[in-house]
Design a protein around this ligand. Sequence first.
Ligand SMILES: [Zn+2]
Length: 320
Amino acid sequence: MVLSEFVGNEEVIYEISETMKNRLLPHAILIEGVKGSGKRSLARILAQYAVCSAEGDRPCGVCPACIKAEKGIHPDIVTADGSKAGELNIEAVRSIRSAAYIKPNEGENRVFLMHFCEKMLPAAQNAFLKVLEEPPQNVLFVLTAVSATSLLQTIRSRTRIYSLYPPSVNEAETVLKKMFPDKDASLLSEAAQNSGGNIGAAIELLNTGGEEEKKTAEAIFRAIPLSTEYALLTETFKITKDRGFAITVLERLYELSAECLKASCGAKNVSPIALELSKTLSKKRLQALFFQVQKARDVLKYNVNLNFYSTWLCSVLRRY
Ligand SMILES: [Zn+2]
């Protein structure tokens, strides 16, 4: 994948492409953004850029180095994932530090892709800071995290930070069509819609069929009229397992509340579940609920803490 194929985030991508053209990429980059915003894809492109051997625009995407990078087998690209045990603890960071001083095997540069950097404990971050303070020549560090603020200020100030936002529903649809040329177009468009444009969540939906998300949204809805707040909190807490999951559940909840509202206004073409659920709340409450769910769905597009969000969601849904 080359930079021009990256969908969405035009401003950031333009800035990076200009930096690449002028060969002015810094030695440490931190990419922040929620799951599905394209952090890993961008990190891969940056790694490819650093090892590409083309004379003209880099990464070219076709030279042997680019192809190896694409396949994940380039010897000068090292990946560490903080979500996997031991890959970004203090010992691992120390070995990254020593490895950074080794000359590249094949190309001009060595690249260290470090994902889930929010999982790095302060001691590991401090160990990493040492190499950032005196960076060796010909090394590129690409860090990714949901939020840059999860890293120490001393690290942030020594990296260039790029913030990514999930693409729009239309942009996501374009990406999905490229990724899954054999899949039915209407299925892809539905997945893009139901994931609110979040590509990671859309892929998961395509893989799982979205049954669990649908069930969770229905369970949340059923718990709203119940007299105990605990029942609703138990259901809203389920969305904390994963951001992509939370986004899709909220999309489903939004659709469901819209359909219930339609049912309460006498519409005939609604699903049996919406018809059933619409009877559990008054029309006035359904109306208020619809707007509240819409707002809650939009809040999720920002980088909110899921634990706080699920509690907040419970409290706003209780009000209606
Ligand atoms: Zn190349």
